[in-house]
Design a protein around this ligand. Structure first.
Ligand code: M6R
Length: 611
Protein backbone atom coordinates (compact mmCIF):
# COMPACT_ATOMS: atom_id res chain seq x y z
CA UNK A 1 0.00 0.00 0.00
CA UNK A 2 1.35 3.44 -0.87
CA UNK A 3 4.12 4.09 -3.33
CA UNK A 4 7.19 6.09 -2.43
CA UNK A 5 9.91 7.56 -4.61
CA UNK A 6 13.03 9.61 -4.01
CA UNK A 7 15.61 11.30 -6.19
CA UNK A 8 19.01 12.90 -5.70
CA UNK A 9 21.15 14.05 -8.62
CA UNK A 10 21.68 16.85 -11.10
CA UNK A 11 18.37 16.77 -12.92
CA UNK A 12 15.14 18.42 -11.92
CA UNK A 13 13.50 16.20 -9.33
CA UNK A 14 9.78 17.06 -9.82
CA UNK A 15 9.32 15.43 -13.22
CA UNK A 16 11.32 12.35 -12.16
CA UNK A 17 9.24 12.02 -8.99
CA UNK A 18 5.95 12.40 -10.87
CA UNK A 19 7.08 9.89 -13.49
CA UNK A 20 7.95 7.41 -10.74
CA UNK A 21 4.64 7.98 -8.95
CA UNK A 22 2.86 7.38 -12.21
CA UNK A 23 4.36 3.87 -12.29
CA UNK A 24 3.47 3.29 -8.65
CA UNK A 25 -0.07 4.64 -8.60
CA UNK A 26 -1.35 1.05 -8.56
CA UNK A 27 -0.09 0.86 -4.96
CA UNK A 28 -2.48 3.49 -3.66
CA UNK A 29 -4.33 6.37 -5.18
CA UNK A 30 -6.35 8.40 -2.73
CA UNK A 31 -3.86 11.26 -2.54
CA UNK A 32 -0.39 12.17 -3.77
CA UNK A 33 2.38 14.62 -3.05
CA UNK A 34 6.00 15.62 -3.55
CA UNK A 35 8.59 17.51 -1.51
CA UNK A 36 11.44 19.17 -3.40
CA UNK A 37 14.54 20.82 -1.99
CA UNK A 38 15.32 24.05 -3.86
CA UNK A 39 18.79 24.45 -2.39
CA UNK A 40 17.51 26.54 0.52
CA UNK A 41 14.19 25.12 1.61
CA UNK A 42 11.90 22.15 1.20
CA UNK A 43 8.72 22.94 -0.74
CA UNK A 44 5.74 20.63 -0.71
CA UNK A 45 2.80 20.13 -3.05
CA UNK A 46 0.21 17.55 -2.11
CA UNK A 47 -3.45 16.92 -2.67
CA UNK A 48 -6.30 14.53 -2.15
CA UNK A 49 -7.32 12.40 -5.13
CA UNK A 50 -5.53 10.86 -8.06
CA UNK A 51 -2.05 11.67 -9.27
CA UNK A 52 -3.62 13.76 -12.04
CA UNK A 53 -4.69 16.27 -9.34
CA UNK A 54 -1.10 16.55 -8.18
CA UNK A 55 0.16 16.97 -11.73
CA UNK A 56 -2.26 19.86 -12.22
CA UNK A 57 -1.01 21.42 -9.00
CA UNK A 58 2.62 21.04 -10.05
CA UNK A 59 1.92 22.64 -13.44
CA UNK A 60 0.23 25.59 -11.75
CA UNK A 61 2.94 25.92 -9.06
CA UNK A 62 6.19 24.65 -10.56
CA UNK A 63 8.85 23.49 -8.10
CA UNK A 64 12.56 23.39 -8.82
CA UNK A 65 15.29 21.36 -7.18
CA UNK A 66 17.46 18.30 -7.65
CA UNK A 67 16.53 16.45 -4.46
CA UNK A 68 13.05 15.26 -3.63
CA UNK A 69 10.64 12.63 -2.39
CA UNK A 70 7.16 11.65 -3.53
CA UNK A 71 4.21 9.57 -2.42
CA UNK A 72 0.98 8.07 -3.63
CA UNK A 73 -1.26 7.04 -0.76
CA UNK A 74 -3.62 4.28 0.31
CA UNK A 75 -5.02 5.69 3.55
CA UNK A 76 -4.55 3.83 6.82
CA UNK A 77 -4.47 6.53 9.53
CA UNK A 78 -6.73 9.44 8.66
CA UNK A 79 -9.14 9.79 5.76
CA UNK A 80 -7.85 10.81 2.32
CA UNK A 81 -7.48 14.61 2.52
CA UNK A 82 -5.00 17.31 1.54
CA UNK A 83 -3.67 17.55 5.05
CA UNK A 84 -3.28 13.80 5.56
CA UNK A 85 -1.48 13.44 2.22
CA UNK A 86 2.26 12.82 2.25
CA UNK A 87 4.95 14.19 2.42
CA UNK A 88 4.72 15.28 6.04
CA UNK A 89 7.00 17.97 7.45
CA UNK A 90 8.32 18.71 10.88
CA UNK A 91 6.88 21.90 12.33
CA UNK A 92 9.97 23.97 11.52
CA UNK A 93 10.04 22.62 7.95
CA UNK A 94 13.43 20.98 8.47
CA UNK A 95 12.48 17.34 7.91
CA UNK A 96 10.16 15.92 5.22
CA UNK A 97 9.06 12.27 5.18
CA UNK A 98 7.07 9.93 2.97
CA UNK A 99 5.99 6.63 4.44
CA UNK A 100 4.50 3.32 3.36
CA UNK A 101 3.18 1.14 6.18
CA UNK A 102 1.95 1.56 9.73
CA UNK A 103 3.70 2.80 12.87
CA UNK A 104 2.06 0.79 15.63
CA UNK A 105 3.40 2.82 18.58
CA UNK A 106 2.83 6.27 17.09
CA UNK A 107 0.29 7.29 19.77
CA UNK A 108 2.84 6.78 22.49
CA UNK A 109 5.52 8.75 20.57
CA UNK A 110 2.99 11.44 19.68
CA UNK A 111 2.08 11.90 23.36
CA UNK A 112 5.75 12.33 24.18
CA UNK A 113 6.22 14.87 21.38
CA UNK A 114 3.08 16.78 22.37
CA UNK A 115 4.54 17.13 25.82
CA UNK A 116 7.69 18.57 24.29
CA UNK A 117 5.57 21.22 22.56
CA UNK A 118 5.18 19.75 19.07
CA UNK A 119 1.91 20.43 17.27
CA UNK A 120 0.25 17.99 14.91
CA UNK A 121 -1.88 19.03 11.98
CA UNK A 122 -2.75 15.65 10.41
CA UNK A 123 -4.32 12.45 11.69
CA UNK A 124 -1.49 10.33 10.29
CA UNK A 125 1.09 8.21 12.04
CA UNK A 126 3.65 9.56 9.55
CA UNK A 127 3.69 13.10 10.94
CA UNK A 128 5.01 11.60 14.18
CA UNK A 129 8.09 10.34 12.31
CA UNK A 130 8.86 13.80 10.90
CA UNK A 131 8.63 15.38 14.36
CA UNK A 132 10.59 12.59 16.02
CA UNK A 133 13.52 12.90 13.60
CA UNK A 134 13.34 16.66 14.00
CA UNK A 135 13.43 16.27 17.77
CA UNK A 136 16.69 14.27 17.68
CA UNK A 137 18.10 16.66 15.07
CA UNK A 138 17.40 19.62 17.37
CA UNK A 139 19.11 17.70 20.17
CA UNK A 140 22.33 17.90 18.14
CA UNK A 141 22.37 14.63 16.26
CA UNK A 142 23.36 14.78 12.57
CA UNK A 143 20.56 14.22 10.04
CA UNK A 144 21.72 10.62 9.54
CA UNK A 145 22.02 9.89 13.24
CA UNK A 146 18.69 11.53 13.99
CA UNK A 147 17.10 9.13 11.51
CA UNK A 148 18.86 6.15 13.14
CA UNK A 149 17.70 7.29 16.59
CA UNK A 150 14.12 7.84 15.47
CA UNK A 151 13.90 4.58 13.55
CA UNK A 152 15.10 2.62 16.58
CA UNK A 153 11.94 3.84 18.34
CA UNK A 154 9.45 2.86 15.64
CA UNK A 155 7.37 -0.30 15.87
CA UNK A 156 5.44 -1.67 12.91
CA UNK A 157 6.13 -2.17 9.24
CA UNK A 158 7.33 0.69 7.14
CA UNK A 159 9.40 2.07 4.31
CA UNK A 160 10.49 5.68 4.56
CA UNK A 161 12.14 8.24 2.39
CA UNK A 162 13.41 11.33 4.16
CA UNK A 163 15.10 14.64 3.31
CA UNK A 164 16.42 17.45 5.49
CA UNK A 165 16.46 21.20 4.79
CA UNK A 166 20.07 21.48 5.93
CA UNK A 167 21.37 18.61 3.75
CA UNK A 168 20.43 19.54 0.17
CA UNK A 169 22.37 16.60 -1.34
CA UNK A 170 21.23 13.74 0.91
CA UNK A 171 18.35 11.33 0.57
CA UNK A 172 17.71 8.69 3.24
CA UNK A 173 15.76 5.45 2.79
CA UNK A 174 14.61 3.14 5.57
CA UNK A 175 13.05 -0.26 5.29
CA UNK A 176 11.33 -2.53 7.76
CA UNK A 177 8.66 -4.85 6.45
CA UNK A 178 7.68 -2.80 3.39
CA UNK A 179 9.47 -2.95 0.05
CA UNK A 180 12.09 -0.47 -1.06
CA UNK A 181 14.45 -0.61 -4.02
CA UNK A 182 17.41 1.66 -4.64
CA UNK A 183 18.26 2.57 -8.22
CA UNK A 184 21.88 3.32 -9.06
CA UNK A 185 22.37 5.90 -11.78
CA UNK A 186 25.30 7.91 -13.17
CA UNK A 187 25.60 11.02 -11.03
CA UNK A 188 22.10 10.41 -9.69
CA UNK A 189 20.41 7.86 -7.47
CA UNK A 190 16.83 6.83 -6.83
CA UNK A 191 14.51 5.19 -4.33
CA UNK A 192 11.23 3.51 -5.14
CA UNK A 193 8.73 1.05 -3.73
CA UNK A 194 8.91 -0.98 -6.91
CA UNK A 195 11.16 -1.43 -9.94
CA UNK A 196 8.88 0.03 -12.67
CA UNK A 197 9.37 3.49 -11.15
CA UNK A 198 13.11 3.24 -11.85
CA UNK A 199 13.24 1.68 -15.29
CA UNK A 200 13.23 4.93 -17.25
CA UNK A 201 16.51 5.81 -15.50
CA UNK A 202 18.37 2.67 -14.52
CA UNK A 203 18.34 -1.12 -14.49
CA UNK A 204 20.90 -1.45 -11.69
CA UNK A 205 19.15 -1.87 -8.37
CA UNK A 206 19.81 -2.81 -4.77
CA UNK A 207 17.06 -4.41 -2.72
CA UNK A 208 17.05 -2.96 0.77
CA UNK A 209 16.56 -5.55 3.51
CA UNK A 210 14.55 -5.13 6.69
CA UNK A 211 16.10 -2.89 9.34
CA UNK A 212 18.48 -1.30 6.86
CA UNK A 213 18.99 2.38 6.26
CA UNK A 214 20.50 3.71 3.04
CA UNK A 215 22.08 7.11 2.63
CA UNK A 216 22.15 8.34 -0.96
CA UNK A 217 23.95 11.27 -2.52
CA UNK A 218 24.27 11.90 -6.24
CA UNK A 219 27.50 9.86 -6.33
CA UNK A 220 27.15 7.39 -3.50
CA UNK A 221 24.87 4.79 -1.99
CA UNK A 222 25.75 3.53 1.48
CA UNK A 223 23.65 0.81 3.06
CA UNK A 224 23.80 0.39 6.84
CA UNK A 225 22.35 -2.17 9.21
CA UNK A 226 20.47 -0.89 12.23
CA UNK A 227 23.71 -0.57 14.24
CA UNK A 228 25.24 1.57 11.50
CA UNK A 229 27.61 -1.08 10.20
CA UNK A 230 28.11 -0.74 6.45
CA UNK A 231 26.44 -3.58 4.52
CA UNK A 232 27.78 -4.83 1.19
CA UNK A 233 24.95 -5.67 -1.13
CA UNK A 234 25.14 -7.21 -4.60
CA UNK A 235 23.65 -5.17 -7.37
CA UNK A 236 20.75 -6.74 -9.28
CA UNK A 237 20.36 -6.11 -13.01
CA UNK A 238 16.74 -5.85 -14.10
CA UNK A 239 16.24 -7.71 -17.35
CA UNK A 240 12.62 -6.92 -18.24
CA UNK A 241 11.67 -3.90 -20.30
CA UNK A 242 9.78 -0.76 -19.41
CA UNK A 243 7.14 -1.81 -22.00
CA UNK A 244 6.28 -4.65 -19.63
CA UNK A 245 5.13 -1.98 -17.18
CA UNK A 246 3.22 0.07 -19.76
CA UNK A 247 -0.15 -0.33 -21.43
CA UNK A 248 1.18 -0.88 -24.97
CA UNK A 249 -1.99 0.40 -26.65
CA UNK A 250 -4.48 -1.47 -24.45
CA UNK A 251 -7.21 0.57 -22.77
CA UNK A 252 -6.28 -0.83 -19.37
CA UNK A 253 -3.41 -2.70 -17.76
CA UNK A 254 -5.90 -5.40 -16.82
CA UNK A 255 -6.79 -6.06 -20.44
CA UNK A 256 -3.15 -6.03 -21.44
CA UNK A 257 -2.30 -8.48 -18.67
CA UNK A 258 -5.19 -10.76 -19.63
CA UNK A 259 -3.78 -10.83 -23.16
CA UNK A 260 -0.26 -11.57 -21.94
CA UNK A 261 -1.39 -14.89 -20.51
CA UNK A 262 -0.58 -17.18 -23.44
CA UNK A 263 3.01 -15.93 -23.40
CA UNK A 264 3.36 -16.05 -19.63
CA UNK A 265 1.85 -19.48 -19.18
CA UNK A 266 4.11 -20.72 -22.01
CA UNK A 267 7.21 -19.26 -20.32
CA UNK A 268 6.30 -20.57 -16.88
CA UNK A 269 5.79 -24.05 -18.28
CA UNK A 270 8.79 -24.14 -20.62
CA UNK A 271 11.21 -22.87 -17.98
CA UNK A 272 10.33 -25.85 -15.76
CA UNK A 273 9.36 -28.45 -18.34
CA UNK A 274 11.67 -27.82 -21.32
CA UNK A 275 10.37 -29.21 -24.59
CA UNK A 276 13.41 -31.29 -25.39
CA UNK A 277 14.23 -32.16 -21.82
CA UNK A 278 13.60 -35.27 -19.81
CA UNK A 279 11.27 -33.93 -17.22
CA UNK A 280 10.82 -31.19 -14.67
CA UNK A 281 13.59 -28.71 -13.89
CA UNK A 282 13.20 -27.18 -10.46
CA UNK A 283 16.74 -25.71 -10.34
CA UNK A 284 17.62 -25.20 -6.70
CA UNK A 285 14.23 -26.06 -5.27
CA UNK A 286 14.93 -28.89 -2.87
CA UNK A 287 12.00 -31.27 -3.12
CA UNK A 288 13.44 -34.67 -3.94
CA UNK A 289 12.10 -38.00 -2.73
CA UNK A 290 14.17 -37.92 0.44
CA UNK A 291 12.96 -34.45 1.35
CA UNK A 292 9.37 -35.35 0.55
CA UNK A 293 9.60 -38.51 2.66
CA UNK A 294 10.36 -36.23 5.58
CA UNK A 295 7.17 -34.26 5.08
CA UNK A 296 3.86 -35.47 6.41
CA UNK A 297 1.80 -32.31 6.19
CA UNK A 298 1.58 -29.53 3.62
CA UNK A 299 -0.07 -26.13 4.11
CA UNK A 300 -0.95 -23.83 1.25
CA UNK A 301 -1.30 -20.28 2.50
CA UNK A 302 -1.93 -17.01 0.62
CA UNK A 303 -4.40 -14.14 0.21
CA UNK A 304 -7.00 -13.22 -2.38
CA UNK A 305 -6.37 -14.45 -5.89
CA UNK A 306 -3.10 -16.08 -4.87
CA UNK A 307 -5.09 -18.08 -2.32
CA UNK A 308 -7.50 -19.27 -5.01
CA UNK A 309 -4.54 -20.38 -7.12
CA UNK A 310 -3.24 -22.12 -3.99
CA UNK A 311 -6.55 -23.97 -3.64
CA UNK A 312 -6.03 -25.53 -7.05
CA UNK A 313 -2.65 -26.72 -5.79
CA UNK A 314 -4.18 -28.19 -2.64
CA UNK A 315 -6.80 -30.05 -4.68
CA UNK A 316 -4.24 -31.46 -7.13
CA UNK A 317 -1.62 -32.46 -4.57
CA UNK A 318 -4.22 -34.31 -2.51
CA UNK A 319 -5.94 -35.89 -5.50
CA UNK A 320 -2.80 -36.95 -7.34
CA UNK A 321 -0.03 -37.22 -4.73
CA UNK A 322 -2.29 -38.41 -1.89
CA UNK A 323 -0.58 -36.15 0.64
CA UNK A 324 -2.85 -34.26 3.06
CA UNK A 325 -2.84 -30.53 2.33
CA UNK A 326 -4.43 -27.86 4.50
CA UNK A 327 -5.26 -24.58 2.83
CA UNK A 328 -5.82 -21.37 4.73
CA UNK A 329 -5.95 -17.66 4.04
CA UNK A 330 -2.84 -16.07 5.50
CA UNK A 331 -4.77 -13.61 7.68
CA UNK A 332 -6.34 -16.57 9.53
CA UNK A 333 -3.36 -18.90 9.42
CA UNK A 334 -1.27 -16.53 11.47
CA UNK A 335 -3.81 -16.57 14.33
CA UNK A 336 -4.98 -20.19 14.25
CA UNK A 337 -2.03 -21.72 16.05
CA UNK A 338 -1.22 -24.07 13.16
CA UNK A 339 0.49 -27.39 13.79
CA UNK A 340 3.98 -26.85 12.40
CA UNK A 341 7.24 -28.67 12.76
CA UNK A 342 10.21 -29.84 10.70
CA UNK A 343 7.95 -32.37 8.96
CA UNK A 344 5.73 -29.59 7.59
CA UNK A 345 6.03 -27.94 4.20
CA UNK A 346 4.40 -24.54 3.88
CA UNK A 347 3.69 -23.42 0.33
CA UNK A 348 3.02 -19.68 0.19
CA UNK A 349 1.74 -18.05 -2.98
CA UNK A 350 2.13 -14.34 -3.68
CA UNK A 351 2.34 -12.18 -6.76
CA UNK A 352 3.95 -9.22 -5.02
CA UNK A 353 5.95 -11.22 -2.50
CA UNK A 354 5.19 -8.42 -0.03
CA UNK A 355 1.73 -9.25 1.31
CA UNK A 356 2.00 -8.69 5.06
CA UNK A 357 -0.17 -11.60 6.19
CA UNK A 358 1.51 -14.08 3.84
CA UNK A 359 4.94 -12.91 4.93
CA UNK A 360 3.98 -13.33 8.58
CA UNK A 361 2.64 -16.85 7.88
CA UNK A 362 6.00 -17.68 6.33
CA UNK A 363 7.85 -16.35 9.37
CA UNK A 364 5.65 -18.28 11.82
CA UNK A 365 6.28 -21.47 9.85
CA UNK A 366 10.02 -20.91 9.79
CA UNK A 367 10.16 -20.12 13.50
CA UNK A 368 8.52 -23.49 14.10
CA UNK A 369 10.98 -25.40 11.98
CA UNK A 370 8.82 -25.88 8.86
CA UNK A 371 10.20 -25.69 5.32
CA UNK A 372 8.82 -22.87 3.18
CA UNK A 373 8.42 -22.98 -0.57
CA UNK A 374 7.26 -19.68 -2.08
CA UNK A 375 5.54 -19.35 -5.44
CA UNK A 376 6.26 -15.72 -6.20
CA UNK A 377 6.27 -13.29 -9.09
CA UNK A 378 8.26 -10.30 -7.84
CA UNK A 379 11.96 -11.12 -7.97
CA UNK A 380 13.86 -10.15 -4.83
CA UNK A 381 10.67 -9.51 -2.82
CA UNK A 382 10.55 -10.17 0.93
CA UNK A 383 8.73 -13.48 0.61
CA UNK A 384 11.15 -14.65 -2.08
CA UNK A 385 14.12 -13.72 0.06
CA UNK A 386 12.87 -15.29 3.27
CA UNK A 387 11.53 -18.57 1.87
CA UNK A 388 13.74 -21.66 1.82
CA UNK A 389 12.95 -22.23 -1.85
CA UNK A 390 11.39 -20.03 -4.50
CA UNK A 391 9.43 -21.01 -7.57
CA UNK A 392 9.38 -17.81 -9.67
CA UNK A 393 6.40 -17.66 -12.00
CA UNK A 394 7.97 -15.18 -14.45
CA UNK A 395 4.80 -13.20 -15.12
CA UNK A 396 6.58 -9.84 -15.35
CA UNK A 397 5.17 -6.77 -13.60
CA UNK A 398 1.45 -7.01 -12.88
CA UNK A 399 0.16 -3.45 -12.60
CA UNK A 400 -3.65 -3.75 -12.59
CA UNK A 401 -4.91 -4.17 -9.05
CA UNK A 402 -6.99 -7.14 -10.18
CA UNK A 403 -4.66 -10.07 -10.55
CA UNK A 404 -5.04 -12.02 -13.80
CA UNK A 405 -1.81 -13.20 -15.40
CA UNK A 406 -0.25 -13.98 -12.03
CA UNK A 407 -3.17 -16.34 -11.26
CA UNK A 408 -2.71 -18.25 -14.51
CA UNK A 409 1.03 -18.55 -13.96
CA UNK A 410 0.50 -19.59 -10.32
CA UNK A 411 -1.91 -22.31 -11.41
CA UNK A 412 0.59 -23.45 -14.06
CA UNK A 413 3.21 -23.59 -11.30
CA UNK A 414 0.84 -25.75 -9.25
CA UNK A 415 0.52 -28.22 -12.14
CA UNK A 416 4.28 -28.50 -12.40
CA UNK A 417 4.79 -28.83 -8.67
CA UNK A 418 2.08 -31.47 -8.39
CA UNK A 419 3.64 -33.53 -11.19
CA UNK A 420 7.06 -33.20 -9.59
CA UNK A 421 5.82 -34.36 -6.18
CA UNK A 422 3.72 -37.15 -7.70
CA UNK A 423 6.68 -38.48 -9.70
CA UNK A 424 8.97 -38.26 -6.68
CA UNK A 425 6.62 -40.14 -4.36
CA UNK A 426 5.66 -42.68 -6.99
CA UNK A 427 2.06 -41.60 -7.50
CA UNK A 428 2.50 -40.82 -11.20
CA UNK A 429 4.08 -42.91 -13.90
CA UNK A 430 6.32 -41.45 -16.60
CA UNK A 431 3.55 -42.13 -19.14
CA UNK A 432 0.99 -40.29 -17.05
CA UNK A 433 3.39 -37.38 -16.68
CA UNK A 434 4.09 -37.26 -20.41
CA UNK A 435 0.37 -37.13 -21.15
CA UNK A 436 -0.07 -34.19 -18.77
CA UNK A 437 3.09 -32.52 -20.07
CA UNK A 438 1.93 -32.74 -23.69
CA UNK A 439 -1.40 -31.24 -22.74
CA UNK A 440 0.30 -28.52 -20.67
CA UNK A 441 2.15 -27.41 -23.82
CA UNK A 442 -1.18 -26.84 -25.57
CA UNK A 443 -2.59 -24.54 -22.88
CA UNK A 444 -1.05 -21.26 -24.20
CA UNK A 445 -2.58 -21.67 -27.66
CA UNK A 446 -5.91 -22.67 -26.09
CA UNK A 447 -5.85 -19.51 -23.97
CA UNK A 448 -5.16 -17.60 -27.17
CA UNK A 449 -8.27 -19.14 -28.78
CA UNK A 450 -10.41 -17.97 -25.86
CA UNK A 451 -8.96 -14.47 -26.07
CA UNK A 452 -9.65 -14.25 -29.81
CA UNK A 453 -13.34 -14.57 -29.01
CA UNK A 454 -13.49 -11.94 -26.30
CA UNK A 455 -16.44 -10.34 -28.04
CA UNK A 456 -18.53 -13.13 -26.51
CA UNK A 457 -17.81 -11.92 -22.97
CA UNK A 458 -18.19 -8.30 -24.09
CA UNK A 459 -21.72 -8.95 -25.40
CA UNK A 460 -22.67 -10.96 -22.33
CA UNK A 461 -21.48 -8.15 -20.07
CA UNK A 462 -23.64 -5.72 -22.01
CA UNK A 463 -26.58 -8.11 -21.64
CA UNK A 464 -26.14 -8.71 -17.90
CA UNK A 465 -24.79 -5.38 -16.70
CA UNK A 466 -28.02 -4.53 -14.84
CA UNK A 467 -28.16 -7.65 -12.65
CA UNK A 468 -27.89 -6.89 -8.96
CA UNK A 469 -26.55 -10.20 -7.64
CA UNK A 470 -24.25 -12.75 -9.14
CA UNK A 471 -23.63 -16.29 -7.92
CA UNK A 472 -20.73 -18.30 -9.29
CA UNK A 473 -21.28 -22.00 -8.80
CA UNK A 474 -19.30 -25.13 -9.59
CA UNK A 475 -18.21 -28.48 -8.25
CA UNK A 476 -14.69 -29.74 -7.54
CA UNK A 477 -12.09 -27.71 -9.42
CA UNK A 478 -14.92 -25.72 -11.03
CA UNK A 479 -15.91 -24.47 -7.58
CA UNK A 480 -12.36 -23.24 -7.02
CA UNK A 481 -12.48 -21.36 -10.33
CA UNK A 482 -15.84 -19.91 -9.25
CA UNK A 483 -14.22 -18.32 -6.23
CA UNK A 484 -11.66 -16.48 -8.31
CA UNK A 485 -14.34 -15.45 -10.85
CA UNK A 486 -16.50 -14.02 -8.10
CA UNK A 487 -13.62 -12.07 -6.54
CA UNK A 488 -12.76 -10.51 -9.91
CA UNK A 489 -16.31 -9.28 -10.41
CA UNK A 490 -16.54 -7.86 -6.89
CA UNK A 491 -13.30 -6.00 -7.00
CA UNK A 492 -13.52 -4.29 -10.36
CA UNK A 493 -17.28 -4.11 -11.09
CA UNK A 494 -18.33 -3.51 -7.45
CA UNK A 495 -21.12 -6.04 -7.92
CA UNK A 496 -22.44 -8.20 -5.15
CA UNK A 497 -21.19 -11.61 -6.09
CA UNK A 498 -20.67 -14.87 -4.24
CA UNK A 499 -19.10 -18.19 -5.06
CA UNK A 500 -20.89 -21.29 -3.85
CA UNK A 501 -20.19 -24.96 -4.17
CA UNK A 502 -23.10 -25.84 -6.45
CA UNK A 503 -24.32 -28.50 -4.03
CA UNK A 504 -24.52 -25.96 -1.22
CA UNK A 505 -27.03 -23.71 -2.97
CA UNK A 506 -29.97 -25.59 -1.55
CA UNK A 507 -28.63 -25.19 1.96
CA UNK A 508 -29.49 -21.51 2.14
CA UNK A 509 -28.34 -19.19 -0.64
CA UNK A 510 -31.01 -20.33 -3.11
CA UNK A 511 -33.41 -18.18 -1.05
CA UNK A 512 -31.73 -15.13 -2.56
CA UNK A 513 -32.25 -16.16 -6.17
CA UNK A 514 -34.69 -14.02 -8.15
CA UNK A 515 -34.92 -12.44 -11.59
CA UNK A 516 -32.24 -9.88 -10.70
CA UNK A 517 -29.74 -12.66 -10.13
CA UNK A 518 -27.23 -14.00 -12.61
CA UNK A 519 -25.86 -17.46 -11.91
CA UNK A 520 -22.57 -18.27 -13.60
CA UNK A 521 -22.03 -22.02 -13.61
CA UNK A 522 -18.49 -23.22 -14.19
CA UNK A 523 -18.95 -26.63 -15.77
CA UNK A 524 -15.60 -27.70 -17.13
CA UNK A 525 -15.30 -30.84 -14.99
CA UNK A 526 -17.19 -33.16 -17.27
CA UNK A 527 -17.73 -35.98 -14.79
CA UNK A 528 -19.63 -33.53 -12.56
CA UNK A 529 -21.55 -31.74 -15.26
CA UNK A 530 -24.87 -33.59 -14.91
CA UNK A 531 -25.17 -32.44 -11.33
CA UNK A 532 -24.28 -28.87 -12.22
CA UNK A 533 -26.90 -28.94 -14.98
CA UNK A 534 -29.47 -29.86 -12.32
CA UNK A 535 -28.38 -26.87 -10.27
CA UNK A 536 -28.78 -24.59 -13.28
CA UNK A 537 -32.33 -25.90 -13.73
CA UNK A 538 -33.09 -25.23 -10.06
CA UNK A 539 -32.00 -21.60 -10.17
CA UNK A 540 -33.70 -21.02 -13.54
CA UNK A 541 -36.94 -22.28 -12.05
CA UNK A 542 -36.59 -19.51 -9.48
CA UNK A 543 -36.13 -16.78 -12.06
CA UNK A 544 -32.34 -16.49 -12.29
CA UNK A 545 -30.54 -15.69 -15.51
CA UNK A 546 -27.93 -18.34 -16.21
CA UNK A 547 -24.61 -18.43 -17.95
CA UNK A 548 -22.26 -21.41 -18.13
CA UNK A 549 -18.62 -21.97 -18.97
CA UNK A 550 -18.09 -25.43 -20.42
CA UNK A 551 -15.74 -27.36 -22.67
CA UNK A 552 -16.39 -27.29 -26.38
CA UNK A 553 -18.71 -30.03 -27.56
CA UNK A 554 -20.84 -30.08 -24.47
CA UNK A 555 -24.20 -29.47 -26.03
CA UNK A 556 -26.30 -30.61 -23.09
CA UNK A 557 -25.52 -27.52 -21.09
CA UNK A 558 -26.68 -25.26 -23.92
CA UNK A 559 -30.14 -26.80 -23.55
CA UNK A 560 -30.45 -25.41 -20.02
CA UNK A 561 -28.24 -22.34 -19.59
CA UNK A 562 -29.33 -19.05 -21.21
CA UNK A 563 -25.79 -18.54 -22.48
CA UNK A 564 -22.75 -20.77 -22.73
CA UNK A 565 -19.13 -19.72 -23.17
CA UNK A 566 -17.15 -22.58 -24.63
CA UNK A 567 -13.48 -23.17 -23.86
CA UNK A 568 -11.26 -25.58 -25.84
CA UNK A 569 -11.22 -29.15 -24.63
CA UNK A 570 -8.49 -30.21 -22.23
CA UNK A 571 -7.87 -32.62 -19.34
CA UNK A 572 -10.15 -31.94 -16.39
CA UNK A 573 -7.25 -31.13 -14.06
CA UNK A 574 -5.93 -28.52 -16.50
CA UNK A 575 -9.32 -26.93 -17.15
CA UNK A 576 -9.14 -24.29 -14.36
CA UNK A 577 -6.56 -22.20 -16.17
CA UNK A 578 -8.81 -22.10 -19.27
CA UNK A 579 -12.16 -21.78 -17.50
CA UNK A 580 -10.90 -18.77 -15.59
CA UNK A 581 -10.14 -16.68 -18.69
CA UNK A 582 -13.82 -16.04 -19.59
CA UNK A 583 -14.37 -15.02 -15.95
CA UNK A 584 -11.60 -12.43 -16.26
CA UNK A 585 -12.97 -11.08 -19.53
CA UNK A 586 -16.54 -11.04 -18.22
CA UNK A 587 -15.48 -9.09 -15.10
CA UNK A 588 -13.45 -6.70 -17.25
CA UNK A 589 -16.32 -5.96 -19.65
CA UNK A 590 -18.89 -5.75 -16.84
CA UNK A 591 -16.67 -3.15 -15.17
CA UNK A 592 -16.28 -1.34 -18.48
CA UNK A 593 -20.07 -1.28 -18.98
CA UNK A 594 -20.57 -0.04 -15.43
CA UNK A 595 -17.92 2.66 -15.82
CA UNK A 596 -15.74 1.74 -12.84
CA UNK A 597 -12.06 2.49 -12.54
CA UNK A 598 -10.79 -0.87 -13.75
CA UNK A 599 -7.08 -0.66 -13.05
CA UNK A 600 -7.48 1.17 -9.77
CA UNK A 601 -10.72 -0.01 -8.19
CA UNK A 602 -11.98 1.99 -5.24
CA UNK A 603 -10.66 1.22 -1.75
CA UNK A 604 -8.06 -1.24 -3.02
CA UNK A 605 -4.32 -1.26 -3.51
CA UNK A 606 -2.17 -3.71 -5.39
CA UNK A 607 0.11 -4.75 -2.65
CA UNK A 608 -1.33 -5.18 0.84
CA UNK A 609 1.67 -4.57 3.06
CA UNK A 610 -0.38 -3.91 6.18
CA UNK A 611 -2.25 -6.46 8.26
O1 M6R B 1 0.63 -9.98 -4.00
P1 M6R B 1 -0.21 -11.12 -3.51
O2 M6R B 1 -0.42 -12.15 -4.55
O3 M6R B 1 0.27 -11.70 -2.22
O4 M6R B 1 -1.61 -10.45 -3.22
C1 M6R B 1 -2.66 -11.18 -2.67
C2 M6R B 1 -3.98 -10.46 -2.80
O5 M6R B 1 -3.93 -9.22 -2.17
C3 M6R B 1 -4.36 -10.24 -4.27
O6 M6R B 1 -4.41 -11.43 -4.99
C4 M6R B 1 -5.72 -9.54 -4.38
O7 M6R B 1 -6.73 -10.37 -3.91
C5 M6R B 1 -5.96 -9.11 -5.82
N1 M6R B 1 -6.37 -7.75 -5.87
C6 M6R B 1 -6.99 -9.93 -6.49
O8 M6R B 1 -7.20 -9.55 -7.81
Amino acid sequence: MCGIVGYVGKNQAPSILIDGLNKLEYRGYDSAGIAVHDGQNINILKTKGRLSNLIKLVIENPLTGTLGIGHTRWATHGAPSDVNSHPHMSEDHVIAVVHNGIIENYMEIKAELLEKGYHFISETDTETIAHLIDCYYRDGFSFEDAVFKAVSRLEGAYALSIICRDCPGTLIAVRKGAPLVIGKGEGENFIASDIPALLNYTREVYFLEDNEIAVLTENSITIYDKDKNVVNRDIYHVTWDIEAAEKSGYAHFMLKEIHEQPKIVRETILKRVPENGDGIVLDNIKLDKQELDNIDRIYVVACGTAYYAGLIGKHLIEKICRIPVISEVASEFRYMDPILDERTLLIVVSQSGETADTLEALRIAKRNGARVLAIVNAVGSSIAREADDVFYILAGPEIAVASTKAYSAQVAAMYILTCHIALAVGKMTEEEFKAIRDELYTLPSKIELILQKENVEKKLAEKYKDVRNVFFIGRGLDYLVSQEGSLKLKEIAYLHSEAYAAGELKHGPIAMIDENTLVVAIAAQEELIEKTINNIKEVKARGAKTMAIAMKGNTKIAEVADDVIYIPRTMGILAPVLANIPNQLFAYYMALSLGTDIDKPRNLAKSVTVE
